[in-house]
Design a protein around this ligand. Structure first.
Ligand SMILES: *Cc1c(COP(=O)(O)O)cnc(C)c1O
Length: 389
């Protein structure tokens, strides 16, 4: 069945959204492979986003852990994370489909920013749904989005957080999909969104493959990526799924501990269920009500895992792992002191996993960490952790 990964995925949406999903699927299949689209997309990735991003040999960090570690520098993409790869692809697709407007939702503001950047380039109006609580918490990014010309739509329903903003955006899309594209930010949502987002992020892994062959003459032994929906991880993994000797590690937000309500580790604490139009691994109570996730890292604070990541973890192709908040903050410091780089808190989950599970790697191993973003946006949280305790 289309858009299924094992039992996961599908299109659990109301009848009125089906037309928009079918139109999007057909447009993607036709437009994405075309020479015209590829030409413009590659040009934007190169000259606006700054691709290819470097694959950096982290010599000092490698000495510390005892095996070779490379960082795939997605923090150097314009905007500071991998998110723009997908936003540019979908905005260009929407323009070719004749749409006039982009809508999306955002929690921390990173995806909202990437969307309005891409919208401006493609001459599309951008409206961003955001929970009222998140608008308060993310004042700096809200100001940036407004400066770039985005219209911010406060969402008051429910708890006024991300999951409510997603529901509201889906409702809005159902009402105006003729003129409007919903620019989904991760490998989640109903088919065809997970496939579209994974395709646009796949550039990460294709570059890793080429760069590591050039530098080392062989494929890596392991790739480690953080994630919630799974877009940066799948982007890095996809070119290696068929390579059985490349181990793949997916690191989610452990939060404070696995025992309490203080976690976002959906692979440890969840089970299959429907969230935002798709069957996936999701945190829920015994009655199937979605449980809120909790972690200090905004980008990992989502109770669901996208369908493809859910499936690949279930069959054992990817190892599902987690890092706790305190390990994550320590990892930020280690990276800062060894390599002079301040990672995003999300990214630091992958770094912490490597630091704390050295026994899973051998001295001859080559390990690639997908360095998904930079930590500027998290400076306040990081400083509060170290200096206010
Ligand atoms: C948004 C974000 C993530 C998590 O999203 P995925 O879709 O799971 O990749 C990870 N790292 C950074 C830096 C982010 O901004």
């Amino acid at each position: 069945m289309k858009g299924r990964f094992g039992i996961y995925g599908g299109q659990y949406v109301s009848e009125i959204l089906m037309h928009a999903l079918i139109e999007l699927e057909e447009a993607f299949e036709k437009i994405y492979p075309s020479q015209e689209f590829q030409g413009e997309f590659q040009e934007l990735l190169r000259n606006y986003a700054g691709r290819p991003t470097p694959l950096y040999y982290a010599r000092n960090f490698s000495t510390l852990v005892g095996f070779k570690v490379y960082l795939k520098r997605e923090d150097m993409v314009c905007g500071g994370s991998h998110k723009l790869n997908n936003a540019l692809g979908q905005a260009l697709l929407a323009k070719k489909m004749g749409k006039k407007r982009l809508i999306t939702e955002t929690a921390a503001g990173q995806h909202g920013l990437a969307t309005v950047m891409a919208g401006n380039i493609c001459e599309l109006k951008t409206e961003i749904f955001m929970g009222v609580k998140d608008i308060q918490r993310q004042a700096a990014n809200v100001k940036k989005m407004k400066l770039l010309g985005a219209k911010i739509k406060p969402v008051k329903i429910g708890a006024g957080v991300l999951k409510d903003a997603v529901s509201e955006t889906l409702r809005e899309w159902a009402a105006c999909s003729r003129t409007t594209h919903y620019l989904m930010g991760s490998t989640v949502g109903p088919h065809p969104f997970p496939i579209i987002v994974a395709t646009f992020q796949g550039v990460i892994g294709r570059e890793i493959r080429e760069q590591i062959l050039e530098k080392e003459g062989r494929l890596p032994d392991a790739i480690v990526a953080c994630g919630s929906g799974g877009s940066n991880a799948l982007g890095a993994f996809k070119a290696f799924i068929e390579e059985e000797n490349v181990r793949l590690y997916f690191v989610e937000g452990g939060g404070e501990s696995l025992e309490s309500e203080n976690s976002a580790a959906a692979f440890q604490l969840g089970r299959p269920g429907v969230l935002h139009g798709s069957l996936m691994q999701v945190m829920q109570d015994p009655y199937g009500q979605i449980k809120p996730s909790k972690t200090r890292s905004a980008g990992l604070n989502y109770p669901g895992r996208g369908p493809e990541i859910s499936y690949l973890c279930e069959i054992g192709r990817i190892k599902a792992c987690y890092s706790f908040d305190n390990e994550v903050f320590d990892a930020v410091k280690v990276m800062a002191r060894t390599e002079g780089l301040i990672p995003a808190l999300e990214t630091a989950h992958a770094i912490a996993y490597v630091l704390n599970h050295r026994e899973e790697f051998s001295p001859g191993d080559i390990v690639v960490i997908n360095y998904s973003g930079r930590g500027d946006k998290d400076m306040e949280t990081i400083l509060r952790y170290f200096y206010e305790a």
